[in-house]
Structure formats: C-alpha cells, structure tokens
Ligand binder design. Structure first.
Ligand SMILES: *Cc1c(COP(=O)(O)O)cnc(C)c1O
Ligand code: SF4
Length: 406
C-alpha cells in the first residue's frame, strides 16, 4: 500500500471507531427536538396556571417567586404515580425541594428522565443509613466568617444557602435547611477581613448555595470589597443559574461582572438535556462579557455515568463556550446513595474521552478525599510498567508501545 492508501484505510478505521457514538448522538439530538415540544407545552401550562406571560417567564425574580415547593402543585405539570406522590410528600419534609418553573418545564415523560431524577425527590433518598451529613468535614476547615479553606492559596466564601432548584444529589444538602437565607453581613465582613490579613490568598471562590442568587447590588459590593485587596488576583463564582435559571444572566449582571476582571464562573451541567437554547444563550452571554465559564459536572449513577452521555455533554458544553473543568466523583452524602457511581465507570468514561473527542472536551476526573483532605485527580493507567529507563505505555486505543529514555 502506498501512503495515500494507508491514510485512507486508517481514516476509515477512525470513522468506524465512532459509529456507535454517532448513532447515539443522532438519536439523542432527535429526542431533544421532541423534548422541546414538551417544554413548550409545560411552559404554556405554567404560564396559564400563574396567569403570567413571556416577560414574567424571562424575569428571574418571577421564576424565584414561583418556585414549585409542594407536590400538590407539582402534579399539575408532571406525571407522578401514587407512590411517587407519597415519596415527594414525605421526603420534602426532611430535605426541602423547590424547582423554578423554567427547570420544571424541562422534565419529559420519558422513563428515568435525567432532569426529573436531578430535581424531584425519589425513594432512593430514604436510605439515610449510608453516607454522612458532612463527609468533607467542612466544619473543621472554617477559620473565619463563612470561609472554607482547604488549600494554601485559595478559599471559598459561602454567601447564601439559596438555589433556584435544590439538586437531589446536593453535597451540601445539610446546609440547605428549611428556610432561605443569605449569609449575614457580619459573617461576610469577617470573611473579607480574614482574606485581607492573609496575603497568600490570591484566588477567592464565591459560592453557596448559588452565588448568583445574591442581588446584583450584593454581588457588586462583594466584588468591590475583594478588588480593594491587592493580593486577590482572581475571583470565581460558583452558580448553577446558567443551567437551572438562565434568565438570571441579565445585561445588568454581566455589566457588573466585567468591571472586576479577571472573573471566572464555574457552573454545573450534568446532562446534555440541560443545554437548552436558553441555557446556552446565558453561558454564551457570560463568555461575551469576557468571563471564562467552566463546568463542574457530578458523576451520578443513572444520570450521566455513561461514556456516550458524558461525551455528548462535554461536546455541547464547548458549543455553549463552556470549558469542561471537572467531573466530580459523587460523595457519600446521606440520602444520595442511589446516585453513587463506581470509580471503574468514571475511569472508563475518562479513557473513552481521550482520543475519541477534542482534548478541550476532556475535564479532570476528581475524587474528593473524605475528611476534607482535598481533590485527587483519577486517571486511567497509561504507564503499564516501567523498568529503569524503559516504559511500556498504552495509547488511547489500547495499543502498547515501548519507550526508552536515552
Ligand atoms: C474545590 C475547592 C477549591 C478550588 O479548587 P480548584 O482545584 O482550584 O478549582 C478551593 N477551596 C475549596 C475548599 C475547595 O473545595
Ligand atoms: S445548586 Fe449546588 S448548592 Fe444548590 S442544590 Fe444544587 S448542588 Fe446544592
């Protein structure tokens, strides 16, 4: 075979190696078009029910005011069996549930709908004998105010316990509590004072809850205070609003954020169904304001612990100009055991991503050490063995090569 023939044969082999994924993707995108119709129907029902219009829908204050928090209201919009109704009723007493109309409208009638799994209480939550309330021991990493410090040069300030939707897998569910509340001004002031006195802190993460549930004014005040500290180099926000309530990303908000650069936003898309037109627009809008948007997905059994689902999620994130940053292995939090994936699954996904899709679409897979000991990256084994200066290394396709350092 000449060079051209070899190249053509190899190209064919490469095409064949993603046939299965291409078939999956085509079906998934087709189904998403169908979801869109269901979304429009549910949205119309919700608008009718609340006697509201499009401009209300696009107003995040309206969305927050009309969060669905009881099963009696919920059953008007999604189908639940008698058992499911009882489960929601009981479980929402111990771990509150609330869903903004926008996110609720994304639930489809499909079996095991990922949006429904992420947002509606289900029987798996009864298993509270497994896991802990606080596996990360955050209580012991709180030197001042509402800070969590686990690393030398960066820390978290918790500014609220409010979210647009309470994720059923939430790792901080113990803090979500029963009532909404932002962190008190005195705790925020204490946190800022601590950062001011701690010159090695160069990276501040503002999170909660959901940091973008603060008002624009509160966000600006925080940014102003942090920017008065010379050693604070970068500021990051942790928010799910681009996913769960994209109308939060208003012109006013992006205009504020871009005055305090470098500002980064990390969000949490877990499934490609969450990458709707509205949501992609919100993330693109942040990017247009010069903000680097990263994604921190959580690996969740039955939702996204599948190599094709993860590949499509990460590809669509890039289309929304969101860079996949982390995939977190779920933590053993009480009442979330039904979401626990296996590490083997996580590694299988990572090993599939490398080579089969853009390097930009590949996040780091993180296992959080229990007890708050920090993030640990997990990687498939690429170095098979190593003796003196000779290494046996596996390629993305599983071919073993040998390399000797000269
Ligand atoms: C995850 C985390 C950070 C940020 O870690 P990066 O790897 O820099 O994104 C900072 N502080 C705490 C307490 C964290 O849990
Ligand atoms: S947005 Fe974050 S803090 Fe809020 S419920 Fe979801 S995972 Fe928990």
């Amino acid at each position: 075979m000449n060079a051209k023939e070899i190249s053509l044969a190899r190209a064919k082999e490469l095409s064949n190696s993603i046939n299965d994924f291409m078939a999956f993707k085509e079906k998934a995108l087709h189904k998403m078009a169908g979801n869109r119709k269901e979304y429009k129907n549910t949205k119309a029902k919700l608008l009718d029910y609340y006697n509201a219009d499009e401009s209300n829908w696009n107003d995040w204050h309206w969305q927050m005011k009309h969060r669905i928090t009881d099963v009696e209201t919920l059953v008007n919009f999604i189908h639940l069996s008698q058992n499911e109704v009882q489960n929601v009723k009981k479980l929402s007493k111990t771990n509150r549930f609330a869903i903004v109309p926008y996110y609720l409208a994304l639930i489809t009638t499909e079996q095991n709908d990922p949006i429904k799994m992420l947002s509606v209480p289900s029987k798996g939550e009864y298993a509270v004998d497994l896991g802990k309330d606080d596996p990360m021991a955050e209580e012991f990493t709180n030197p001042a105010g509402s800070i969590t410090r686990r690393y030398p040069d960066r820390l978290i300030i918790n500014v609220t316990n409010i979210c647009a939707m309470y994720c059923r897998h939430c790792q901080r569910r113990r803090l979500i509590g029963e009532t909404d509340g932002h962190t008190s001004q005195s705790l925020i002031d204490e946190s800022i004072a601590y950062i001011k006195q701690t010159p090695e802190i160069r990276d501040v993460l503002i999170t909660g809850g959901d940091a973008f549930l603060l008002s624009d004014h509160q966000i600006e005040n925080l940014l102003k205070a942090l920017r008065q500290i010379d050693h604070v180099e970068i500021i990051r926000f942790g928010t799910r609003t681009p996913v769960t309530m994209p109308m939060r990303i208003t012109d006013n908000l992006t205009n504020i954020l871009k005055r305090y650069h470098p500002v980064f936003v990390n969000t949490q898309y877990n499934h490609y169904h969450e990458l709707t037109k509205e949501s992609m627009y919100a993330s693109q809008k942040l990017a247009d304001a010069g903000i680097v948007v990263g994604n921190q997905a959580v690996l969740l059994k039955g939702v996204n612990d599948d190599k094709y689902v993860m590949t499509l999620l990460n590809q669509r994130l890039l289309q929304a100009r969101v860079r996949p940053y982390y995939i977190f292995h779920a933590k053993e939090v009480k009442g979330t055991h039904h979401f626990m994936p296996t590490i083997a699954k996580g590694l299988e996904i990572m090993s599939y991503l490398r080579g089969h899709t853009s390097g930009l679409a590949i996040p780091t897979y993180i296992f959080n050490a229990p007890g708050g000991l920090g993030k640990i990256p997990l990687l498939p084994q690429y170095i098979i063995s190593h003796e003196d200066s000779t290494y046996r290394i596996k390629t993305w396709e599983g071919k073993i090569i040998e390399y000797t350092e000269k």
